[in-house]
Design a protein around this ligand. Structure first.
Ligand code: ATP
Ligand code: MG
Length: 411
């Protein structure tokens, strides 16, 4: 029979790939906890409306990328393409809209029907952080600082630049939208098919286009900054001074948008030049309108999501895996003692392994092959006296140690 292959755009995480993946998530989880975030887990599939409502039917994700299907009961189900919509749905479902702020971290797989390439998959993974409740720009700065600290803890902050922008408040955005419509209408002959649709339905999203021809036109498009109300400009200034306060470096990029209706004020991306076209590793913004879309009260919120695969690709120095200890019984009577020793070591948190068979020489060879730092040699006569030989496999030195002292000695 021919061997079956994984579905296009999906990949196995095995060995080093999975170690990197876990390192990203573990590190993010630890840093997020230091900011007071609590982890939530929401379902991997939801009622399709959770995403069609939240992402808006003009977004690329909803128009082209969703994995939607009818289940056996005839309901329209979608594999989640992102995490924020489910978190906001869960906030409402669990009756937490009056218990604010909620500070949430999440991690898990996401699904988008995209053309697979380096850093772009159909099943990929995100970590994400949301601060639901606070309306102050300090919250925007704090959630960005959390993202920045995760990148620092991963040792990749030096490869990444934080680009920030503001989408202003509603009046700022309305004025800006009108200016964009004027500009892009004058250049409509050069726009891509997709951007012509966006011009009709959501002109801000044109700024997000990856089409070459669009990019040339976008370069000359007006900035939002000329259209900001005094309040929106003050919000943005305060964000920048809070980022300075947190010691997070940034540059202003007026082209960054989150082209969804419920996004306002802050928009940001952490970008790298090390991943080719897939340069955005973390992206987010303020989404004060989303909880309301999910059937809750108007609730301010700000957050980000990051691609675990892209972060993994940037990792250069992974912490070394802890080296195991090998237990080596010599003779049948020592085997039973060996099993008890293995369990004592494991319960003390020490990675301990034993070869299932072979003589002393074979088992020591195997201990070296798995990179063991020490071999615990249990001979019958020694075991009878309650003793073991501990051989340091780096130096070759050997020492007799009471079996009961082994966990403490190998800690
Ligand atoms: P892109 O511009 O690369 O398509 P996006 O704007 O669609 O990204 P978001 O929806 O903001 O991405 O998701 C946040 C992060 O999730 C991205 O910055 C990226 O790191 C990661 N990401 C998004 N889509 C994919 C994918 N198909 N494969 C791998 N990672 C992805
Ligand atoms: Mg995309």
């Amino acid at each position: 029979m021919s061997a079956l292959q994984p579905v296009r755009g999906t990949r196995d995480l095995v060995g080093e790939d999975h170690r990197r993946h876990l390192h990203v998530i573990d590190t993010a989880r630890r840093v997020a906890a230091s900011y007071g975030l609590e982890e939530w887990a929401t379902p991997i599939f939801e009622d399709t409306r959770v995403f069609s409502r939240s992402l808006g039917d003009t977004s690329d994700v909803v128009m082209k990328e969703m994995y939607s299907f009818e289940d056996r009961g005839g309901d329209s189900i979608t594999l989640r393409p992102e995490g924020t919509a489910g978190i906001c749905r869960a906030l409402v479902t669990n009756g937490l809209t009056q218990s604010l702020p909620q500070k949430v971290f999440y991690a898990g797989p996401m699904f988008r029907y995209e053309r697979p390439q380096k850093g772009r998959y159909r099943q990929f993974h995100q970590i994400g952080a949301e601060l639901i409740g606070p309306a102050e720009p300090l919250a925007d700065a704090e959630i960005i600082a959390c993202g920045w600290d995760i990148l620092r803890a991963l040792g990749i902050a030096g490869d990444v630049v934080l680009e920030i922008n503001t989408l202003g408040d509603r009046p700022s955005r309305d004025a800006y939208r009108a200016a964009l419509v004027d500009y892009f209408t004058a250049h409509r002959a050069g726009l891509s098919e997709d951007s012509l649709t966006r011009l009709e339905r959501n002109p801000l999203r044109i700024l997000d286009s990856k089409d070459e021809g669009d990019r040339r036109i976008i370069a000359g498009a007006p900035d939002i900054h000329a259209h900001l109300t005094a309040e929106a400009a003050a919000f943005y200034d305060r964000l920048k001074s809070c980022l300075d306060g947190f010691g997070v470096p940034f540059v202003n990029n007026p082209r960054i948008v989150r082209g969804l209706d419920y996004y306002g004020h802050t928009a940001f991306e952490f970008v790298t030049s090390r991943l080719g076209a897939q340069g955005t590793v973390m992206a987010g913004g303020r989404y004060d309108g989303l909880v309301e879309e999910m059937g809750g009260p108007a609730t301010p919120a700000v957050g980000w999501a990051a691609g675990v695969e892209r972060l993994s690709m940037l990792l250069t120095d992974m912490p070394a895996a802890p080296r195991p200890v090998a237990v080596v019984p010599v003779g049948e009577a020592a085997e039973a003692a060996a099993l008890a020793v293995l369990q004592e070591l494991r319960r003390a948190g020490i990675r301990a392994e034993m070869a299932y068979r072979g003589n002393l020489k074979r088992r020591l060879e195997r201990a070296n092959r798995i990179g063991a730092r020490a071999a615990i040699i249990l001979g019958e006569a020694e075991v009878a006296r309650g003793m073991a030989q501990v051989k340091d496999l780096s130096t070759g030195t050997q020492q007799e140690v009471p079996i009961t002292d082994l966990p403490a000695r190998l800690q």
